[in-house]
Design a protein around this ligand. Structure first.
Ligand SMILES: C[S@@+](CC[C@H](N)C(=O)[O-])C[C@H]1O[C@@H](n2cnc3c(N)ncnc32)[C@H](O)[C@@H]1O
Length: 333
């Protein structure tokens, strides 16, 4: 049996996440902070070109166990991410935004020989947000949500402008929810319910039900919300995250030495979790390190499944989760 530690629904496993995904509850959020291709710790490949192959089996599993409600936050160096991005896209992950973690000048001060390296010093990492696009299968043809909405309405035999009547608006429904172009919007559940009601009341008898996934009952407003990832936008936050590298009391040390070079700031990990999930949702942290996502998830009352393959990190991560209340004193979250 694999060793693990649980506190209030937050579990850290000692082992390879690839062996664990099938046992974990489907994720609402995945925080991936895995290898960077810089040989930074045991198991980190030596170059960023190796990352595509390295991440491939993980991405396959994330795609298999995720739903359209899932948001992936993929942390890496710029070049590491560039190498892995095509594989994510091939596996159905839709790019949303690239966040730049700017650690500030203090991060490199006195610590970089730019003249020899012939480039400016690097003070950033990226955290890239992806979502899992919903696809609808119709007679073995795959459609995205925009195509499927239009397809279903066309099946009713009703003219497109009637979608406005269905929603009780002048022209916004046709313009926003049924357009073919890039100005398309996801219909909010209240609008979707009205569209479904109208289509199934006035649409042609032979095609009913409309807007159904199983051919039996139409999707409800609640069901509709599950076909999209969550996003809560906090005021004053842009895609540039200015935050010093972890230091002071938050930095886990053993005999004055940092235990893990890649420990992420709780403030940033917490932002990712807050903005894409609700209390009770399942968070995955497949590359735990000191398990900053597990700590944030616990603080935010989410469930969390974390894995760390190296014992030298697993043990302090567990101690951190056991004792983490001390971090609250520093108002890190
Ligand atoms: C960049 S670090 C994560 C740091 C973490 N975000 C934190 O704040 O402490 C990546 C970690 O993933 C672990 N790791 C790599 N491959 C793994 C795998 N297949 N399963 C579980 N852990 C893995 C490494 O040992 C390393 O500690």
């Amino acid at each position: 049996m694999m060793e693990s530690y649980e506190r209030d629904g937050v579990i850290i496993y000692a082992g390879d996440s690839l062996d664990l995904y099938s046992k974990w509850e489907s994720p609402v959020v995945i925080i991936s902070d895995g290898p960077y291709g810089v040989g930074g710790y045991r198991g980190d490949p030596p170059t960023s070109e190796c990352l595509r192959e390295w991440y491939h089996p993980h991405i396959e599993k994330w795609s298999e166990y995720s739903t359209p409600m899932t948001t992936l936050w993929f942390w890496n160096t710029e070049i590491g991410w560039a190498n892995v991005h095509p594989t994510l896209v091939e596996h159905g992950w839709e790019y949303r935004n690239c966040h730049i973690w700017d650690k500030g000048i203090a991060h490199i001060a006195g610590n970089s020989n730019s003249k020899t390296l012939r480039k400016f010093p690097v003070a950033t990492e990226v955290c890239v947000q992806y979502t899992k696009k919903a696809f609808f299968k119709v007679d073995s043809i795959q459609m995205d949500m925009q195509q499927w909405l239009r397809y279903e309405w066309e099946r009713t035999g009703l003219p497109l402008y009637k979608t406005n009547e269905a929603c009780g608006v002048r022209n916004a429904a046709t313009r926003k929810y049924f357009t073919k172009d890039h100005l398309w919007y996801y219909p909010p559940p209240e609008a979707f319910e009205k569209i479904v009601e109208y289509a199934n009341r006035y649409g042609s008898e032979d095609g009913k039900p409309y807007f159904s996934l199983d051919g039996q009952i139409p999707i409800t407003g609640r069901g509709w919300t599950k076909l999209r990832s969550k996003f809560y936008c906090e005021n004053g936050i842009t895609n540039v995250w200015r935050e010093p590298a972890v230091r002071g009391n938050e930095r886990l040390k053993k005999e004055y030495k940092c235990i893990h070079n890649n420990q992420k700031p709780l403030r940033l990990i917490s932002l990712c979790i807050r903005s894409s999930s609700d209390a009770g949702d399942a968070i995955w942290e497949p590359f735990g390190g000191l398990c900053s996502a597990a700590i944030s998830a616990h603080e935010l009352k989410r469930k969390c499944y974390a894995a760390e393959i190296n014992d030298e990190y697993f043990k302090p991560a567990v101690e951190r989760l056991k004792n983490y209340d001390i971090y609250q004193e520093f108002k890190l979250i």
